[in-house]
Structure formats: C-alpha cells, structure tokens
Write a protein that binds this ligand. Sequence first.
Ligand code: SAH
Length: 383
Amino acid sequence: MTEAAARINLLDLDREGMEHFFADNLGEKRFRAHQLMKWIYHQHVTDFGQMTDVGKALRAKLEERCEIVPPPVLFDKPSTDGTHKWLLGMDAGNAIEAVFIPDKGRGTLCVSSQVGCGLNCQFCSTATQGFNRNLSTAEIIGQVWTASKHLGNRTHHQRKLTNVVMMGMGEPLLNFDNVVRAMSLMRDDNGFGLANKRVTLSTAGLVPMIDRLAEESDVSLAVSLHAPNDDLRTELVPLNKKFPIAELMAACARYALRKKRASITFEYTMMKGVNDTPELARELVKLMRKFGNTVQFADAAKVNLIPFNPFAGTRFERSGETEIRAFQKILLDGGVLTMVRRTRGDDIDAACGQLKGQVMDRTRRQAEFQRRLLGEATSHAIA
Ligand code: SAH
C-alpha cells in the first residue's frame, strides 16, 4: 500500500455507504457494517481495538484502511440555562458551532452545515463571517456524535438528545448530499435512531432543493420566512429575489403533500419596527390561510416567532414583548398555530443567529463557488 492511499473516515459513510464499503472494499458481510455503526454511534467508540466482537483479522484491516475521526472540540461552554455550545475545529483555522438546548422532556441539538454562509441574510451574524466551504458528512454527523457522547446519550430510553435541527451556521440545502447523508445517519437505527419528524431542516428558501429534499429524504421542514411580502423579504433575505414568496409557498405545499400532510414550520425573526407591525401580522395571516387552502389540511402551517438575538455591529433590535404578544394574538385569532420561541443560551452567544464560529480565508473564489451553486439550483428549477 502506498502512502498516498488516504484512510477513509467511516463518519463520512451512511448505512448504504458502509454496506458497500464492507462488501466491495473489505470483502465482508453487511452485518459487519451494522456492527461497526453500533460501536461508533451507540457506544461512541472510535478505537477499533476496543470493538470486542469484531475479529482480529477484520480489526487489522480496518486499522489499515479506515479511521473514525470526529472534528476536534476546541472548547465547550455550558450556559447558565442548561444550554451547551461546542466550538469544533475544521481545517485551516476554521471553526463551527453546535448548540444543545434541553427543554421539558426533550433535548434539541442545533447543527451547522457550512463554515460560514453565503446567503447574506441581513439580521444573521453568521452572514457577517462570509462563506468558506461546505462541511463534510463526517463534520456534520460529528457534531451529533460529540454532543451525544458528552451527554452520555443512550439509545431509546432516557435519551437526552431527542431532536436535531439543521439551524446552525450555513444553508443546509446548499450542501445537499452531505446534509442528506448525515440526516440519514441521525435517523438510522444503527445510527442515532431519531424519529424522522424529530430531524428538522431549516432553509432560507431554495425552491428547487426543497423539491429535491422531498424526493430524497424524509425529515421535517422549516422555512425562514421573516416577512409576508416580497419587498420586505427581499430586503431581509436577499435569496428572495431569486425565489419569491409565491414560488416558495408553492414548494412548501408540494413538500407538505408529498410528506403525507406534514406541517411546515415558518420561522419569523421579530425585529423592532421592521417586521413586527399589526399590518404585517394580518398580511401573514392571509399568506398562511392561502397556504392552508392550497394543501387542504388542518394546521398545515405553524409559525414560530423568534425574538431577534442581537450581535455586535447589527442595526436591528429585538421587538418588545408587547409587540411580540400582539403579533402572536393576531395570528392566533386568524386561526394560525403560532408559538413564540423562548430565547436560550444568549449568555454564551448560542442563540439563533448568534453563531459565527471562526471563518478564515473568505476568498472571492469561495464566494463565487456559492454563487455558482445558486445558479445551478436555478437552472435546475427551470429545466
Ligand atoms: N440557513 C438556514 C439555517 C440557519 S438560520 C435558514 O436560513 O433557515 C436558523 C434560524 O435562525 C433561521 O430561521 C434564521 O432566520 C434565524 N436567525 C438568524 N439570525 C437570527 C437572529 N439574529 N436572531 C434570531 N433568529 C435569527
């Protein structure tokens, strides 16, 4: 074997990939792949030597050809409210963040999909960092692995980590294959065994990729809406110019119906004097009702109001408690299921939109790469 033959990181493979690798590259039976997955994801073991029910010969082969390497923890930071944030090292001085948020009877991990983000949403602190690159499958599932290990997670009973939301740094639909593969490991019985609906992908609204997600995965969908009309939404979420609200809502309807009437969560970050007026609330009611009429099932749309989380240099402010309640009441009175998200972890900058990790080397070429991806997504839509 030459030195050039790099070891394969088993965290990069989903169940199917593991089965193929074991059969085609190692000449082993499928169940061996499942055995390995259980060691990795149920027992958090990364050392082949500790895998006691794997024969010596296979262990030697694995040691030679593979490795199990999650991203290194640069530091972890517990918050006073039980929230926990990990800063994970990537290559070239980059770092990303994952945040665990415990709540009554459930524990949600917020997972990143890219180093930085290229979408430039005006009120998000990740945007100020620019875009560097997509995370690998290993780097995405490695966040869940790290949190699960730290929490002493058990499978099924007394599980601490019960939900994953792809709401950390980055736009998950711009890193489609790696995100879908990682989400499949989150739901696999030999992986983290989470129920499909407990894994949620949040997108700023890449219409063609929402359709692709409907075909290739089975998870809950959240959409970052933030405004009920195109003028305001384009200002806040520049991607709206490419995929305006009508197209976005149509894609959401296709997703909901394809997923056997799954409801869609619409996220709405509340910013003082920007998108929190009663008029906009009434406009949002109309938009949500129209969506309900299109898909024809109860509670098809859920609205999640997120009080804006400030960060250094932002021009936005959080809406007042009174405005948020008034906005919620208009939605509820209009028959729209609406929750206000409690802000958690803000003492450690771990709240929504406060994740910025450490993004180095934001070259033009990389921004160009992101733009190209967007371009491809568009032509795919037209085709
Ligand atoms: N790119 C994806 C996922 C990351 S953002 C998306 O846009 O959905 C996760 C959620 O946090 C989104 O709804 C986003 O709009 C919201 N968010 C971003 N910045 C925020 C801030 N400063 N305060 C509150 N919520 C914010």
